[in-house]
Design a protein around this ligand. Sequence first.
Ligand code: PRX
Length: 628
Amino acid sequence: MGSEDVYYPSQEVLDYATVKEYNSLYKYSIENTEAFWAEQAQNLEWYEPWDKVIDDSDKPFYKWFVGAKTNIIHNAIDRHLKTATRNKIAFVWEGENGDLRVFSYHALNREVSQFANILKSMGVKKGDTVTIYMPQIPEQIFAMLACAKIGAVHSVVYAGFSYESLGERIKAAKSKVVITADGGFRKGKIVDLKSIINVALEDNPYTQVVITVKRTGQNVEMVSDRDYWYHDLKSLPIASIKCNTEVMESTDPLFLLYTSGSTGKPKGLVHTHGGYSVYTYSTMKMLLDVKSEDRIWTAADPGWITGHSYIVYGPLINGATMFLYEGAPNHPYPNRWWQMIEKYGITILYTSPTAIRGLMRFGESWVKRHDISSLRLLGSVGEPINPEAWKWYYEVVGNKKCPIIDTWWQTETGGHIIAPLPIFPLKPGSATKPFFGVQVAVVDDDGNQVQPNEQGNLVIKNPWPGMACCVHEDRERWIETYWKKYEKFGWYHPGDAAKYDDDNYIWIIGRSDDVIKVSGYRLGTAEIESALVSHPAVAEAAAIALPHSLKGNAIYAYVILKKDFAVTADLENELKDQVTKLMGPIARPESITLVDSLPKTRSGKIMRRVLKARAQGLDVGDISTLEE
Ligand code: PRX
């Protein structure tokens, strides 16, 4: 190990960890990749086994466990009902207002079956896509699982998105049925979701039914013959507690999840039943080291991939107990998280660097008020973690005894790709090494491996079961976005810059394309720019990311106004509001600068890198392609 900060695992961690050795198993998994994944898959139950572990006859559209019959629900719920796990707590939920709901696996099955029967009675069939736009309440999870159970495809849209982003996603998924709630609680206030749905569904030719769960109880507008209260439907005989799980092909779609890219509209990544089940199961078990006695809190929104994989599917497939909290971390006071960890005996906390920095800001006295010694493992996800936040997490939250599992992955990868096992010596800020069965490298634009400690492009050299199968209804975009750059090698190009050090530890630097990570949320510069240009005053716009101490990055926008537009005193706020209105509060720019011109290449592409360098007072680098 190099001379920098290295944190070694305690004997207790070494003794407890599921996987005790990395090198030999990694070597085996790379030399016998199909056998390795087949062994992992054999830990799950299948209705019928596979003929082939991987079918790569239509690269880069890889198919996993081809010929197998399965349903993720069989492994997440049904399988547990045959054992003592049926009486175990599957899921504990706390509302921001203190409401508490607890579900055993048996109770979870009943809720999911009822929801599934309701969906069926509303005409949802195998293969249909259902959009879910909900606060973090149990019914959000039931709705996802109910879709999977009947073979429908769920498309969860994060509840922080505005009507425009939501409407676009509902239309793209052609959802006949949309599931929502009247609202959710956040910082003691009601976030009114139903009115956002109502606007999003104007001019929507697809949606015939909106199922609304009552959470906040304020008056909401219900459209007759379209909108139904969930509790009314649940009291009807159609909502039987018995429902068969649909038998699916391993390669059938399980969900769509829209995510931002460097160009154009968000794309719907498609994940499938078989491969995704195996991958979320294995990563959760080996990297987050989940055991049956664990109570895991993935403090993220179920509306993002982290929530799909490590709130919902990973913990349930592993038969563990998961925890979900509805609201803000500092409501009513900044001890809220620590209080819940103490109350529920949480053993694994998995969250984002932004959340950690946000809580760190309030100081350690809030943490010290509580006995959080139940924690034994901590995880980080979504953005690079700065060493200062890492150390605070390690020392103050983990009391120097919990390994920090810094997991690098993406919506597209379905699960962790680079992360330490709990037994690794850790270096704050490094995601360390690739997971079993996955080969990664840091290369230059021509595909040559860069030297240690030199920046390059991260690539994944071989397929893995958790990978998305494609982009929804857009074959070309899957190829173009991820596979074109290193086409001749057949490598996946995630769009992140990275380096590796003398110990072969990988350090993720950040996005190398026009994707911005704000507080761990992924946004495309193109979407922000088009929101700005939709304002009548704006002729052209460019958005860049600059470092921010709390959010990781913040958005800085530059706009050229239309010629005869009179500048008003409040224009900057108006433009910020425009982005918030169209995209949601997470996309609100930090600052807006009015400019006369934008740096562009001769072919008219905005050189955001030049704007960024100028804003930071750095050398603008090679500008030979800059227009005169
Ligand atoms: O830039 C990387 C960053 O998040 C991107 C993926 O974003 P998304 O699809 O929204 O998924 C987030 C949750 C998995 C990556 O391309 N990222 C994710 N995890 C890390 C990270 N950057 C550094 N370190 C991480 N641990």
